[in-house]
Design a protein around this ligand. Structure first.
Ligand SMILES: C[S@@+](CC[C@H](N)C(=O)[O-])C[C@H]1O[C@@H](n2cnc3c(N)ncnc32)[C@H](O)[C@@H]1O
Length: 249
């Protein structure tokens, strides 16, 4: 999942890359954003991708900095958000403390949705440290990451489905993954970091952040299976949404 991967993904981004905002059944992401909205505030959508979430950020803040690793995705975001005059764009690697990050003003809110997903731990840690550095004291981090519990629950649902339709057990992504203990599970063949709730809490509290909310963003089963059976209801598969505050000092 390097710059080449994300630049390539830009070609058919909307078809290939899952959108948290578009699939959030209960509007959890927007409610969390609403909690920290500030028309005079400055926010960053850091790892903005093709800009699907950007209009929601731009409506709730005075100024928005949209940054992504992929220059191609930044250009798509810029084109799709032309009507918003309060967004500034930049291509930058969030794992490095380069010029683009250094030039940012201190942000009231950092939105970071499904960006901390690379298999490399040092890379993820560098990104997270930089996201926190980008916040002003007392600023909020709005983070969404894949849930490892949800992967296990999905595997259990698949096993139950197979029992009901008397299908021999299909390979599932958890049992196939040698690195599941680290939370690395393949999505569409790409090793992707997934988090336990407690792991996420600990990553944030170790860095001095105060947890304000940690909730599930639930999706329909069709996001996991091509044609999920009707009985496969709640609990639905989910990502973790976390709202955390940097210390005020
Ligand atoms: C799954 S997409 C999510 C995009 C967007 N947040 C959304 O929810 O629609 C992950 C994004 O993170 C960006 N990304 C990954 N690593 C990055 C890095 N080191 N620095 C900046 N952006 C990065 C990718 O280019 C990609 O656009």
């Amino acid at each position: 999942m390097d710059i080449t991967y994300w630049n390539r993904a830009a070609a058919c981004y909307d078809d290939d890359i899952f959108s948290v905002l578009r699939n959030d059944r209960n509007g959890v992401l927007l409610r969390a954003m609403e909690r920290v909205a500030n028309p005079r505030g400055v926010a960053g959508d850091l790892g903005c991708g093709s800009g699907i979430i950007l209009p929601e950020v731009a409506r709730r803040f005075g100024k928005v900095h949209a940054i992504d690793l992929s220059p191609k995705l930044v250009e798509i975001a810029r084109a799709s958000c032309r009507r918003f005059t309060n967004i500034e764009y930049g291509a930058a690697d969030l794992s490095r403390r380069g010029k683009a990050l250094a030039a940012l003003p201190k942000l009231d809110v950092v939105v970071n949705v499904n960006v901390l997903i690379a298999e490399s731990r040092p890379l993820r840690e560098a990104i997270l440290d930089n996201l926190i550095r980008a916040l002003r004291p007392g600023g909020h981090l709005l983070l969404v990451v894949p849930s490892l519990e949800s992967v296990l629950w999905t595997a259990a649902r698949l096993a139950e489905w197979n029992r009901r339709r008397r299908t021999p057990r299909l390979p599932d992504k958890v049992l196939d993954s040698k690195r599941a203990r680290e939370g690395i599970v393949k999505i569409e063949g790409v090793p992707t970091k997934h988090y336990l709730r407690e792991e996420l809490e600990s990553e944030l509290s170790q860095r001095g952040l105060k947890l304000c909310a940690l909730e599930k963003i639930e999706y329909h089963w069709d996001t996991e299976f091509d044609e999920a059976p009707k009985w496969m209801g709640t609990p639905f598969p989910w990502d973790w949404m976390c709202l955390a505050q940097r210390s005020k000092k």
